[in-house]
Design a protein around this ligand. Structure first.
Ligand code: GYE
Length: 292
């Protein structure tokens, strides 16, 4: 298997990489692994090199949604099956890949927004009747950034007092979240809620909020996605208010799918990962057994 990974931008990504590497070894699959450092052109050249090396199967997690048709056509022409994992491509020709294994990111965004609608009263931290939300977006053009924004917007439309007043990318990194949040805090003193597309950006925002002399989780409510250990710890500590889970442990299912595809078996075109959500109380219970 040739696997073209996005990079090492977050705790989620690290857990995902470990899951893939460990499971390949456990199942006796020879894994050629590359880290694209967040760049689509690096992923494309990794995929081209896997085609040249005539691997049996290519799997990858596309950095962004668009711009994959040419390289996927090359793989198809070479007779090498492709499996998409974690993130999707927007190619109209679905014969370019065998299956897509990963989360429903729109649903994740909806779950984040629904929690806010249900907890709108307590989220209005300055009591002015409107709930001003700052959105920290994932990587521009990435499926989870696009879909988590869309799902959230759909859910909060149920309550006209909730409004996303500013939205900017923090590139799914802790540093990115911190920097964007610092700028937002300087420009606006009416922020009630931060909705971060992943835990790492939320954790960066916490640093910025504390540096500004405010209390994260109280003065400003924080909602994130992923539920990696550091995020869950911050949730249990009361600094994050709600986390929507996104499961990175895709290795076992990916390797099973790869074997089936290489054996010429039909596989389901879309396999959705099962996920849950966590409140502060639930995080305290779940933390001791959390694997990642
Ligand atoms: O939520 C984020 C990571 O594609 C689901 O990418 C993944 C996202 C995940 O960097 O932390």
């Amino acid at each position: 298997m040739g696997f073209a990974q996005v990079g090492a931008e977050s705790g989620w990504r690290t857990a995902n990489t470990i899951s893939i590497q460990e499971e390949a070894e456990a199942q006796g699959i020879e894994l050629k692994f590359t880290d694209a450092q967040g760049k689509q052109e690096n992923q494309i050249s990794a995929i081209r090199s896997y085609i040249q090396q005539k691997v049996d199967v290519i799997a990858f997690s596309p950095v962004v949604e668009t711009g994959w048709d040419a390289v996927l056509q090359e793989a198809k022409a070479a007779g090498i099956p492709v499996i998409l994992t974690d993130r999707a491509v927007d190619s109209e020709d679905t014969s370019l890949y065998e299956t897509f294994l990963g989360s429903d990111f729109v649903l994740e965004g909806e779950r984040a927004g629904e929690w806010l609608v249900e907890n709108a009263g307590e989220a209005d931290t300055n009591g002015d009747g409107t709930i001003n939300v700052i959105q920290l977006e994932g990587t521009t053009g990435a499926a989870p950034a696009i879909d988590r924004a869309e799902g959230f917007a759909t859910a909060i439309a149920a309550d006209p007092s909730i409004e996303v007043t500013a939205s900017q990318t923090g590139d799914f990194t802790r540093d990115g979240g911190k920097q964007v949040m610092e700028a937002f805090l300087q420009a606006d003193d009416t922020i009630d809620v931060v909705y971060a597309h992943n835990d790492d950006m939320g954790l960066g925002a916490i640093e910025a909020i504390e540096a500004a002399g405010l209390e994260p989780g109280k003065d400003i409510k924080i909602i994130t996605v992923d539920a990696v250990k550091d995020g869950m710890q911050a949730l249990a500590d009361g600094k994050i208010n709600f986390i929507v889970e996104c499961n990175p442990l895709l290795g076992p299912q990916l390797m099973e799918l790869a074997k089936a595809v290489v054996a010429g078996e039909e596989v389901e075109p879309r396999i959705v990962t099962e996920e849950t959500t966590f409140t502060q109380e639930q995080a305290k219970e779940a933390l001791p057994d959390r694997q990642y």
